[in-house]
Design a protein around this ligand. Structure first.
Ligand SMILES: [Zn+2]
Length: 273
């Protein structure tokens, strides 16, 4: 009986050990698996964070690059534009930007005492020749460079005309200014403006005008005082007055529908594009 009892004790002992071991192994497995899961979750989180970060970082780097590129462009544009704005052919003359009385460009004769800036005269000649080639021959430059004194004389004559009509000095000057620029405000002092034919708006109905509207920009010329820009230029529409600015600029001015004042602002970067 004792042997049997002992055997039973032994077996129970063995069973107990097996159960304890099993529990221990299970516990250990749980612990290991939870550790594994924690570790793998960590990895997932890491991957997720990385994934989330990656595009952000990419966006950041792209936007940084973009900022760099755009700021580079801006900076170089500003530098380039400052140089461009100082070019002789972009010289702005209007009520706010006067031309110095002493300014006399180097001149060359187009025809019969009509003078133009030497640096631009070939473009004017080429333009007129191109019109001739298309059988537009009823076109001539009536007036181009004017001295300060000549412009002053023209202005004073116009003022006198309005005074004779019964206006006082101030009123007469105001009226005259709509048609003839004050000497310090005239582009003709630059030698870069050409007045065609009879210097009136009948020019608008000529083949030459239609041709200029279409092609003048290729030769560097712009219609300086357009009908729809009178509030900006401060000058009445002048279909006959064409200004040399250079083809590079004239093409942009034409394409964007600017007047010269707007183009200068655009180059300065203050005009919204
Ligand atoms: Zn003119």
């Amino acid at each position: 009986m004792l042997v049997i009892k002992n055997k039973m004790k032994f077996i129970r002992g063995i069973l107990l050990i097996i159960i304890v071991l099993a529990l221990a192994i299970w516990g250990l497995w749980l612990a290991i698996s939870s550790l594994i899961s924690i570790f793998s979750e960590d990895q997932d989180t890491n991957i997720n964070t990385e994934n989330e970060n990656e595009p952000k970082q990419q966006t950041n780097s792209i936007s940084n690059e973009a900022t760099q590129v755009s700021s580079n462009v801006n900076v170089s544009n500003v530098n380039a534009n400052i140089e461009v704005l100082q070019q002789w052919n972009l010289k702005l003359v209007n009520k706010d930007n006067s031309v110095n009385r002493d300014y006399v460009p180097e001149l060359e004769e187009i025809d019969d005492g009509v003078m133009f800036d030497k640096r631009a005269i070939s473009y004017l000649k080429d333009m007129i020749n191109a019109m001739y080639k298309e059988n537009i021959t009823n076109v001539w430059v009536a007036s181009a460079y004017r001295t300060y004194d000549r412009q002053e004389e023209l202005f004073n004559n116009k003022v006198q005309y309005y005074k004779n009509e019964g206006n006082d000095q101030e009123e007469a000057e105001k009226l005259a200014q709509m048609l003839v620029q004050r000497p310090e405000m005239s582009e003709h002092n630059l030698g870069l403006a050409a007045d065609f034919n009879k210097v009136d708006n009948d020019f608008e109905d000529t083949k030459a005008f239609a041709w200029l509207q279409k092609n003048a920009q290729d030769y560097g010329f712009i219609l300086r005082y357009p009908k729809d820009k009178q509030d900006i230029t401060g000058i009445s529409y002048e279909s006959w007055h064409w200004r040399y600015v250079g083809a590079e600029h004239a093409k942009v001015i034409k394409e964007k529908g600017f007047c010269l004042e707007e183009y200068i602002e655009y180059l300065k970067g203050t005009e919204e594009v």
